[in-house]
Design a protein around this ligand. Structure first.
Ligand SMILES: Nc1ncnc2c1ncn2[C@@H]1O[C@H](COP(=O)(O)OP(=O)(O)OP(=O)(O)O)[C@@H](O)[C@H]1O
Length: 523
């Protein structure tokens, strides 16, 4: 190093660069690790020499003879073609007929070359002038090229400086570029399904963003519609649909019976039955409770999300189960709580009915007056509530928080998931999905269903069909919000899956809405 340093003062060509390299901190620390400083330096220099003497394939074609005098004006870009697409889209200025690079796809061939940029004007492709051609013809010229492809471009003079911030979103809708006639290049597009987590890597173009689907194995991004474009598409699609009366989840009308299902709080049959009825009673809150109701879905095609890892000292995450009636939501919840009642607990419901002899307020129910109940409704303190046989029943936010504040994991089942997808409750949502019809017929042979008219009668084929239909509706409305899906075929397997999911919710990082971390006025 000392020798090289001396050579700098003697103005020996390249000495300063070599000195900079040899004294770089990364190299110093690397060499310290190897301990044998001298040998490592020699190895480095000999590696340099042998690399420098080799020729590497492919050999690029010679530069064209007739290069313009002003070197700055034109750039010759040679790229080696492989099976990958170029990773750039082009457009034509309709007035001048000039062809421009419209965008360079992140991680694609052109991007990795670092030689082509959005706004560069393409003059020739493999010696073929492209002015006046339409973009499809240019692509054909490029497609015909074998081995290497040479672009003569006039570089854009002022490249915009992008201060891209990391943005992650959850897709609230499905998208397929192959079915989108407006996408600039369907092959460069990226399809996604609702619930997918997307990393938005480029929002320079306000209409077409570039994104990667997570977890991603591909270095190359794809084109997706921006939030505003997708919102417009959804609105157009929505208007083109035939009118459908607003359907939340199936509503039932229960005619009076009342029986206790389990000794654990939150399992009272009455609260579950009145919930079904409450959909027809508490209609005004429906908009609030259906996150994918026409209104909110139109507003949010993407939901911004952040990676969140619960701190061990934070309260446990609320576990919310959801599924069509009869699928086994309560069976699974009951088994989970039974497994470890010191860790898992349901929320104690509130009711206006009078306590029975053996009941204690705060154990089976919180027994409260109608006035207090109304007041809680007025102050939005219920996740859901309804009336059954002249009495009001409800699950309150405070009852959930009480369990969480006691250090336990609160496990509830609910139909209105928007009520728990809040900054305050940050629910982890597990969807219990029915298996196939054949499987239901087999697994539910010994099971019983409670319907509008019967308590505990054997399942019939219509029940399974109804369950499937109901599952379809739930999935259409809520799929994007599910953190976990459990297909409830073998009960034992489903219990294991549930336990694993609950552990995951508490101990592993999750994607959660960004507004849960930095609340906005809306959240
Ligand atoms: N995987 C399963 N295999 C067989 N039987 C099951 C399975 N899961 C649940 N069951 C049984 O199916 C019946 C209905 O289950 P459960 O009461 O949990 O339904 P639910 O989803 O809570 O619906 P509802 O709220 O209408 O009661 C019960 O008899 C339960 O024991």
């Amino acid at each position: 190093i000392e020798e090289v340093r001396r050579s700098i003062s003697q103005e020996i060509d390249g000495a300063d660069i070599l000195h900079g390299l040899l004294t770089a901190s990364w190299l110093q620390s690397l060499l310290k690790v190897t301990k044998n400083y001298f040998l490592s330096n020699r190895a480095l220099l000999s590696a340099h020499d042998s690399v420098a003497q080799k020729d590497y394939e492919p050999v690029l074609p010679p530069m064209p003879d007739e290069l313009p005098d002003e070197e700055e004006a034109t750039r010759i870009v040679c790229l080696v073609k492989n099976k990958q697409p170029l990773g750039a889209t082009i457009k034509r200025n309709e007035i001048t007929g000039e062809i421009f690079v419209a965008r360079v796809i992140h991680g694609g061939l052109a991007d990795r070359s670092g030689l082509l940029h959005a706004g560069d004007r393409i003059v020739e492709v493999n010696g073929f002038p492209v002015d006046g051609l339409n973009p499809e013809q240019v692509i054909q010229v490029q497609a015909r090229a074998q081995g290497t492809i040479m672009f003569k471009v006039i570089p854009i003079t002022e490249r915009p400086i992008h201060n891209q911030t990391m943005l992650y979103v959850r897709a609230m809708t499905d998208y397929s570029p192959q079915q989108d006639p407006n996408i600039p290049c369907a092959d460069a597009g990226m399809s996604f399904q609702k619930g997918d987590i997307l990393e938005i890597v480029d929002q320079t173009d306000t209409v077409w963003w570039q994104a990667k689907k997570l977890p991603s194995s591909s270095a190359c991004a794809g084109l997706i519609p921006s939030a505003s474009l997708l919102k417009r598409k959804q609105r157009e699609f929505w208007w083109s649909q035939p009118y459908q009366p607003h359907a939340c989840i199936k509503t039932f009308f229960i005619s009076g019976f009342h029986f206790f299902f389990s000794n654990f709080p939150g399992f009272r049959r009455s609260i579950r039955l009145c919930r079904r009825r409450s959909h027809s009673i508490t209609q005004p809150s429906c908009n609030l409770r259906c996150p994918t109701s026409c209104y909110s879905a139109l507003n949010n095609p993407y939901e911004e999300v952040v990676r969140y890892q619960r701190h061990p000292e934070d309260t446990q995450r609320l576990i919310t189960l959801l599924g069509p009636s009869g699928v086994g939501v309560n069976e699974l919840r009951r088994r989970l709580i039974e497994m470890n009642p010191n860790l898992f607990q349901g929320a104690i419901p509130h009711t206006t009915r009078s306590p029975r002899g053996y009941e204690e307020s705060g154990r089976e129910y919180y027994f409260i007056s109608r006035e207090i109940f109304d007041n809680m409704v007025y102050n939005n303190r219920f996740l859901e509530f309804g009336e059954y046989k002249g009495n009001l029943y409800g699950t309150s936010i405070d009852a959930v928080k009480e369990v969480l504040n006691s250090g336990k994991i609160c496990v509830i089942d609910i139909d209105a998931i928007q009520a728990v997808r809040t900054h305050e409750l940050r629910a982890y949502i597990i969807y219990v999905k029915p298996p196939s019809l054949e499987c239901l017929r087999e697994t539910k042979q010994e099971s019983y269903i409670t319907t509008n008219y019967y308590v505990n009668r054997p399942f019939k084929d219509e029940d399974f069909q109804e369950m499937e239909e109901s599952a379809r509706k739930i999935e259409a409305q809520y799929w994007q919000f599910f953190d976990e899906v459990i297909v409830n075929d073998e009960l034992q397997d489903s219990c294991v899956q549930l336990l694993t999911a609950v552990r995951k919710a508490q101990d592993e990082p999750q994607w959660i809405p960004a507004c849960w971390i930095r609340p906005t006025a809306e959240s």
